[in-house]
Unconditional design. Structure first.
Length: 290
């Protein structure tokens, strides 16, 4: 997955306040920019689409993507923003923030355009996102700006970590906006997860899970799969194996006793279940402890 490979480089991080008329004419960037509207309003044109930006909105500008930003008259504009690469490369510190249209970019500068990997993300981020939880995103963004501007020892590593947290939260916000039925049912789904985590010592049925959740079992399976990437039964099996593995590694209980604690009729049924889910026999974790 592309997320596992990300090693971000923060080129610019600043909190910009504008009281006067202000406009960025059509341009393209060599890198990415996240622009957050903390105060005021803007009109943003990305390619051919026009957006009305207000507090709590965040915009993503991609490399080579034509865009224009105009401050709405009569309001102070506060726009914390960051320019970044998803991967650090040898020329990352040489690339500049560009304010020119594509046709004015010199031939020698075209190598500065970063590879656009947004569409390879598990949930590609939209160009414009109206945040449901702007306070959390705002704090994350301001923390990055503070670290970048104060440049305390090892700040480069700190801003990498902060950016990854910010990006994951943005992906989640976008995911919820694209799947509103998941957000509506998230409380019930988390209740199901808690139930499954606290009943690892026995087998549970889908009918039982559906009854306790108040959601029909077929709809529950679809919701759970969409939200967490696996069915409720698969998740429960995974939790049972995790609980069993903990007992194997951190206690001296015989495997037969652990099988009984986990609700299996015998060691053979336990071993088959463990190997089907984990891909290895339970004895592997006992021997690796020694």
């Amino acid at each position: 997955m592309i997320l596992h490979q990300i090693s971000p480089y923060i080129r610019v991080a600043m909190d910009n306040i504008v009281d006067r008329p202000w406009i960025i004419q059509e341009r393209v960037l060599f890198d990415y920019e996240l622009l957050y509207i903390m105060e005021g309003k803007v009109i943003v044109t990305i390619e051919e689409t026009v957006y009305q930006g207000e507090r709590g909105d965040i915009f993503l500008f991609r490399p080579k993507q034509r865009h224009k930003i105009v401050k709405v008259k009569g309001q102070r504009l506060r726009q914390p923003h960051i320019h970044f690469d998803f991967f650090y490369t040898g020329d990352s510190d040489k690339v500049k923030v560009n304010f020119r249209p594509l046709e004015e970019i010199g031939a020698d500068e075209h190598d500065w355009f970063r590879q656009d990997i947004i569409d390879e993300m598990p949930v590609p981020l939209s160009s414009h996102l109206r945040l449901k939880n702007p306070i959390m995103i705002e704090k994350m963004l301001m923390d990055i700006i503070y670290e970048y501007e104060t440049k305390m020892p090892f700040y480069e590593f700190k801003v990498k970590g902060l950016f990854i947290q910010l990006w994951i939260q943005l992906l989640r916000e976008n995911y919820w906006s694209l799947n509103p039925h998941l957000e509506t049912n998230m409380h019930a789904l988390m209740h199901v997860k808690q139930f499954l985590m606290h009943n690892t010592n026995r087998k549970v049925s889908l009918d039982e899970i559906a009854r306790m959740s108040g959601i029909s079992k077929h709809y529950l399976v679809r919701l759970f799969q969409k939200a967490f990437g696996m069915s409720p039964i698969q998740y429960h099996q995974l939790m049972r194996v995790h609980a069993a593995r903990h007992l194997i590694q951190f206690t001296t209980d015989p495997l037969t006793a652990i099988a009984e604690k986990m609700g299996f009729p015998n060691i053979h049924a336990f071993s088959r279940f463990f190997k089907n889910v984990e891909g290895t026999a339970p004895s592997f974790y006992r021997s690796s402890k020694n």
